[in-house]
Design a protein around this ligand. Structure first.
Ligand code: SF4
Ligand code: SF4
Length: 340
């Protein structure tokens, strides 16, 4: 469905500036933004995928991944076609790159905000996640859904590559309870070459979302030969620690996909090396993803070492939450997160 994309500004000569992401596309009539789903129609910016979900699933919240946010709960997850990035390893490329590669064609199930909220409630979900592709490109759909979700007692989650503008975060901060933000690399050149993006806006987004009081967790997909050096891993870990040592960092295993087929899956020892580097940087909560290791997926009290949340089996399959009102049951220390 085509709807006004109000997160935008009219310029002279019927041009519009999109205010959703750091690409800051200035579009003439008829022109589409880099995400392929925001277009200037007769001097007004429009979103071509409002209420059109290309993917919708009920997932465990651990799959987003969010480990310190309503553990063991279900999240109703939606995404659309289109994306402002072009990651060559994208696991969702069939939807994320579809409009850009097919004359701006879109597809999906008709799913207005009312239907998303109803389905979430009917299926016992505690939150709605905007995920699969970059949610800020379908900002107005997420905004309308999140507002209705809030009214119905549901929380909202953004799973994002962190290329949002401050303006977008300002608009979202009263509605979005948690974000999982990717820090894909710590080199600007890698962002440019592999993802059609830049590093600085991502770091700014992490800092600003944290300042705005949104619960954040970070994910890095570790790709052999690209971002797996001790130095780059340390840079990411130290950046996170400089904001707050209680921000969880998920280091995730790469599998060849889309255009990046020339590299092997991340060796388990690389994931363990990243874990060790993150510990040295002072991070309290580090998790290994896409690789089964119950010990490295569980949460430990940073004060006494007690296993406060145990995770086992396939992602979100067995979650044993031993926290007592957000505190370690053994020593009483508070564990950072959103627990109810
Ligand atoms: S969301 Fe799309 S149109 Fe808007 S600035 Fe980003 S790439 Fe451009
Ligand atoms: S930001 Fe995410 S959805 Fe978009 S291209 Fe990159 S990996 Fe795919």
């Amino acid at each position: 469905m085509i709807a006004p994309a109000w997160l935008s500004k009219k310029l002279g000569d019927s041009k519009v500036l999109c205010l959703a992401c750091a690409h800051a596309c200035k579009l003439s009539p008829g022109e589409f933004g880099r995400c392929g789903v925001r277009v200037n129609r007769d001097g007004e910016l429009k979103l071509t995928v409002h209420s059109l979900a290309a993917a919708a699933h009920i997932d465990p919240i651990e799959k987003k991944p969010l480990f310190h946010f309503l553990p063991g709960s279900l999240v109703f997850s939606i995404g659309t076609v289109g994306c402002n990035l072009c990651c060559s390893f994208c696991q969702n490329w069939e939807i994320s790159q579809h409009p850009q590669n097919n004359g701006f064609e879109v597809f999906g199930y008709e799913m207005p905000p009312e239907k998303v909220v109803d389905l979430a409630l009917q299926n016992g979900c505690k939150s709605i996640a905007y995920t699969y592709n970059e949610p800020v490109v379908f900002f107005e759909y997420t905004y309308d859904t999140a507002k209705l979700a809030r009214k119905n007692g549901l929380k909202n989650v953004y799973v994002t590559s962190g290329f949002e503008t401050k303006k977008a975060i300002d608009e979202l901060s009263d509605l979005i309870d948690a974000m999982n933000i990717d820090i894909k690399f710590f080199k600007d050149q890698s962002y440019k070459d592999i993802s059609c993006a830049r590093l600085k806006p991502v770091l700014d987004c992490v800092e600003y979302s944290y300042e705005k009081g949104i619960w954040i967790e970070i994910t890095t997909l570790i790709i052999p030969g690209i971002n797996d050096s001790d130095e780059e891993l340390r840079d990411i870990a130290e950046f996170i620690a400089s904001i707050d040592k209680n921000i969880p960092w998920h280091v995730s295993r790469f599998h060849p996909d889309y255009k990046m087929l020339d590299r092997p899956p991340t060796p388990p020892q690389t994931l363990k090396r990243a874990y060790k580097i993150a510990k040295e940087a002072g991070l309290n909560y580090i998790y290994i993803g896409n690789y089964p290791d119950a010990d490295l997926e569980s949460t430990y009290c940073p004060e006494c070492g007690f296993k406060v949340i145990e995770r086992d089996g396939y992602v979100g399959e067995r979650v044993t939450n031993r926290l007592k009102e957000g505190k370690c049951p053994k020593c009483g220390s508070s564990i950072a997160g959103v627990w109810r």
